[in-house]
Design a protein. Structure first.
Length: 334
């Protein structure tokens, strides 16, 4: 089978690999689409994602496809089913798994990170992380179910109410997902801050965003929001998120920044405003919710996918040679 193999830091090779064998509890999937995200940029550059990727490895952790074979112990899917795959695999035995915090698993593994993923014509996954798709969810859209599930986990950590006024900082793919998701969760006003006029305008005209701020020339109002989602991961935008918080606000730090980065905040403000500041990591037990949100029409992720690429174009994309991308998916299957 054809596969794009990460062979070293910023090094890819197209290789012909053997069809992977499956264990009794595993599923073999003919890949349809694989999404590419910021985690793949990190893994390509030799930095860790949810875990470290050790070359040679096939990346691709946002995957959809069709079941080609199932192990003898598999009962939840069958050959021919259209599926999406939650990449994260938990040990089930560490302290965090046993106390209902599996996302913090001490032995976390992941499809497309620690084991071969969807940037190949076929890949395997435990049946426990393989989800059958509703008929009205396309395989193309299904390649973006995983990032939706990560956003669902982030919002699950917050106390959301309809009266709240919410701000999302970041007009990348994840920021735009959060803007839609907060509306789907019933928050009455959702605003978006970013740096691209076209994206900001589209979210206001097509996706229900109330107000937008282009932070290259506009100031986000201070002390104004009950819920703030930071979806960039830079010290400057993290500081903006805290500054925008009203009394009693909740700030979700979702954006993944450089490991060595720090930002400053006024500790008295945290005390006086009684702020809640939360981190959010991966997507425990949220994949079915994400599928349902897309299937119901409450999330329009297809409208955010801007580029459909080939395996041979992945390296150019990760090198920044393909511009104007909102979200890229790789068409792997025929």
């Amino acid at each position: 089978m054809k596969a794009l193999v990460l062979t070293g830091v910023k090094e890819f090779e197209i290789r012909d690999l053997d069809t992977p064998e499956i264990l009794p509890n595993e599923v073999l999937i003919n890949t349809a689409y694989a999404g590419v995200c910021g985690t793949d940029h990190d893994l390509y550059a030799g930095r860790p994602g949810s875990a470290s990727a050790v070359p040679p490895i096939v990346l691709g952790h946002e995957n959809s496809g069709v079941v080609a074979a199932v192990g003898s112990a598999v009962t939840n899917v069958k050959v021919g089913d259209r599926v999406a795959v939650d990449p994260n695999i938990y040990c089930g035995q560490c302290e965090f798994c046993l106390t209902q915090r599996p996302e913090l698993c001490d032995h976390l593994s992941a499809v497309g990170v620690t084991r071969n993923g969807g940037l190949a014509e076929q890949f395997t996954a435990p049946a426990s992380v393989v989800y059958k798709l509703p008929d009205n969810v396309s395989l193309r859209d299904a390649a973006a179910i995983e990032p939706v599930s990560c956003a669902v986990h982030g919002l699950d950590l917050l106390n959301l109410r309809p009266y709240q006024k919410a701000l999302v900082i970041g007009d990348g793919f994840m920021g735009q997902i959060f803007a839609q998701l907060l509306q789907a969760y019933g928050v009455h006003q959702v605003d978006l801050a970013g740096i691209f006029d076209e994206k900001l305008q589209r979210n206001k005209e097509q996706f229900g965003v109330s107000e937008t701020y282009n932070t290259t020339r506009e100031q986000i109002p201070a002390d104004s929001y009950d819920v703030i989602v930071e979806a960039v991961g830079l010290p400057a935008t993290q500081a903006q998120a805290v500054a925008a918080a009203n009394k009693g606000a909740q700030v979700l730090m979702f954006g993944v920044g450089p490991q060595e980065a720090h930002f400053e905040m006024n500790t008295y403000d945290i005390y006086k405003k009684q702020l809640t500041i939360r981190g959010s990591f991966i997507n425990p037990l949220t994949f079915r919710d994400a599928i349902s949100l897309v299937s119901s029409g409450k999330m329009n992720i297809g409208g955010l996918i801007s580029h459909e690429l080939k395996l041979e174009e992945v390296q150019d994309f990760l090198e920044g040679k393909i511009t104007g991308v909102s979200k890229a998916v790789i068409k792997v299957g025929k």
